[in-house]
Design a protein around this ligand. Sequence first.
Ligand SMILES: Nc1ncnc2c1ncn2[C@@H]1O[C@H](COP(=O)(O)OP(=O)(O)OP(=O)(O)O)[C@@H](O)[C@H]1O
Ligand SMILES: [Mg+2]
Length: 361
Amino acid sequence: MGVEIRVEGLTKSFGSQVIWQDVSLTLPAGEVSVLLGPSGTGKSVFLKSLVGLLKPERGNIWIGDRNLPYLPEGQLYETRKLFGVLFQDGALFGSMNLFDNIAFPLREHTKKSESEIKRIVMEKMEMVGLLGAEKKLPGEISGGMKKRAGLARALVLDPEILLVDEPDSGLDPVRTAYLNQLIIDLNAQIDATFLIVTHDINTARTVPDNIGLLFRRELVMFGPREMLLSSEEPVVRQFLNARKQGPIGMSEEKDVSELEAEAKAGIDPGRLPPIPPQLLTSDGRIRKAQSPPGAWLRAHGIQPPPGSFIDELGRNWLEEWPRYVAAGNNHVGAPAGPSQSPPPGPQFSQGSKGGPPPRRH
Ligand SMILES: Nc1ncnc2c1ncn2[C@@H]1O[C@H](COP(=O)(O)OP(=O)(O)OP(=O)(O)O)[C@@H](O)[C@H]1O
Ligand SMILES: [Mg+2]
């Protein structure tokens, strides 16, 4: 089961350049969180700070009772073993085949026998759909396979925390969809705490339990997916809807005159688009961290825009959910997790297109 990471008042600079300051957030144990922000806002620096590769100037990173920036070298080394990391550049060793690349952390950090290493590597390669590619060199495989190999390598030490920097950059939309499904399925299987950096808005809107947004050297907002997708905060609204209107300009920040011109022209941030349902596991099992669709909005008395929670097959997930839960808990092979039912209270009055219960794969 993943661990919670509590970040308090974190500030990171390089020389006189402040990257971000006073960042506070909690990555809930076992949940999938996504970190967004314009290019250069310090998302990769944040990931590297979390794993202890960069030292922040101020603030705390609590993992249990250990405060990472202040740990002595030996304890830091031990704590790092809780993490699996896929860096932005993938960082596979070009001269090693995929098997040896993925086996590398096991040979480096454990005293496991070669037969045990083989069992683990093959298990992780199967998880990410790479069985049969053990002998291939990184130069002989596609970009998508490289990402999955990097992911398998991040998984071999059975991490409690998985940090993934832009797993989807350079991938076509279909591969991105498969990768997103893999992330959700992995979370259901290994229960680790996930933090994913992405620029893909569709990923951000449909995959995570929580979303955070870095902008202008600050964490603008961090919270449940439905909170950010329904937020009226101009930066959040602009970013999560990939709009030109809003405070973010071509060179990251619009200047004051541009913003004033927009205000004069009466450009508003636009209507809130429907909130999509969250991506579910491919085998119908319910992730421990899964919240029922609409739960956060309902708890906060917010009416989602028309068309929210309706998937591409026309199913309204506010209505499908109880059936899905009932079927999921009976799913052969699914773990006997806590039974989940929709919270009491009024349902949103939304027209349903009905339809059959969700198809099982
Ligand atoms: N080791 C370093 N030394 C000095 N400056 C650095 C270092 N690493 C990153 N930076 C600077 O920190 C800023 C944030 O970089 P970072 O790579 O975290 O951005 P990012 O949000 O991940 O961007 P992208 O979306 O393009 O990947 C940049 O201005 C970068 O030049
Ligand atoms: Mg980056």
